[in-house]
Design a binder for this molecule. Structure first.
Ligand code: CA
Length: 365
């Protein structure tokens, strides 16, 4: 009886989807422990785009793997490989697609070269927050489109965390007008980089390990990264004084993506466990980012000045984004289709968000 109760409690706490299965197994056990049904052990190789145990993102996937082991009673082992151990950071998509590895954990917008529409699943400048993105993906048709388009690469994606709102970046000089952006060299990827380009910025891509030195030496004038928690670790405050509030990554989505054929071969139970552990990881990551950012914000060095970009710049950014989305839609039918789904949710969500969250936050402040 004790065993049975432990089983059911564990399942209810961990993942309600598993409760039925666990009950069934507990039933088998209580019938006299003679033939305990235990699934065959499965080991999956998962490569990430981060260094080993990288704070929040890397530790998040470590916990995901641990939870898969716990929830499956040890029958599902996910071996996590940090970037460049099995596969270079930016080749995890191709390696999983080709079944050289089973899965990867990375950022979705890295793959816009594969299909421009993928950048939308990763988040949109001036667009949906993390919570809104997850809502669109889960309830607004986003997941169906994402899985359809990734299916063409023999991949099956799951949301694998989210960053919450990111900051606008570190600048060596204050930005008081649109003119101040002209010719500025800034490390900024994705659709945000496209928008900045149309505002006169020269966007550059640099590997994480080279950003600080480039900023410190003035090879670049500005850089975005994530938020106070991870930015503090990079030491940007020693190279730039102006820290701008965010607009270009209001809720970036990370992914845990599986080789589709491998995914389909997994047992129903293992698929349910992975799905539950990925959802748990997504919630945890959003909460951990919030907490760690709040703490880091409270202890920024004295030289750092928090700034908000001028209104005329944000107005120009909105108009440039509109042009970027129009141009991408003309070039790619998939981009147009995904954007239509995203914007339909945006339109549905906004009136309710305005009178609930937005209104409340204004009252509260
Ligand atoms: Ca970023």
């Amino acid at each position: 009886m004790m065993k049975r109760r432990k089983f059911i409690t564990g399942a209810a706490l961990g993942a309600s989807a598993l409760a039925l299965n666990a009950c069934h197994r507990a039933e088998e056990k209580s019938k006299g422990d003679l033939h305990v049904i235990k699934a065959k052990k499965v080991t999956l190789k998962l490569a990430t785009s981060w260094p080993a145990h990288f704070p929040i993102m890397g530790t998040g996937v470590d916990t995901f793997a641990k939870r898969c082991g716990e929830l499956s009673d040890g029958t599902l082992e996910i071996k996590v490989f940090a970037k460049n151990i099995l596969v270079p950071a930016m080749q995890v998509f191709d390696a999983t697609s080709a079944a050289q590895i089973d899965a990867f954990h990375s950022g979705v917008y890295y793959w816009k070269g594969k299909n421009p529409s993928f950048s939308i699943f990763g988040g949109m400048p001036l667009g949906l927050t993390s919570e809104e993105m997850i809502t669109w993906l889960k309830f607004g048709g986003g997941y169906e489109l994402w899985r359809e388009l990734y299916g063409k690469f023999n991949l099956y994606p799951l949301i694998g965390g989210t960053t919450g709102p990111q900051m606008g970046g570190w600048f060596k000089k204050e930005i008081n007008s649109l003119a101040d952006l002209k010719g500025l060299k800034m490390r900024i990827p994705g659709l945000g980089g496209e928008v900045m380009k149309r505002l006169g910025v020269n966007p550059v891509l640099l590997p994480a390990g080279e950003i600080y030195t480039a900023l410190e030496r003035g090879t670049i004038d500005a850089t975005e990264w994530v938020g106070p928690a991870l930015d503090s670790m990079m030491g940007f405050a020693k190279a730039a004084d102006y820290y701008y509030t965010g607009w270009h990554e209001p809720g970036s989505i990370l992914e845990i993506t599986f080789n589709k054929a491998r995914w389909e071969k997994l047992s129903k139970e293992h698929r349910a466990i992975i799905t539950a552990a990925a959802a748990e990881m997504t919630g945890n990551m959003l909460q951990e980012f919030r907490y760690e950012n709040a703490k880091a914000m409270a202890s920024l060095p004295k030289n750092v000045q928090i700034k908000t970009f001028p209104e005329e710049m944000m107005k120009a950014a909105k108009s440039a984004l509109h042009d970027v989305l129009r141009d991408e839609s003309e070039k790619s039918a998939d981009f147009k289709k995904v954007l239509a789904s995203y914007q339909a949710f945006e339109k549905l969500n906004k009136p309710w968000d305005d009178i609930s969250t937005k209104n409340f936050l204004e009252i509260r402040s």
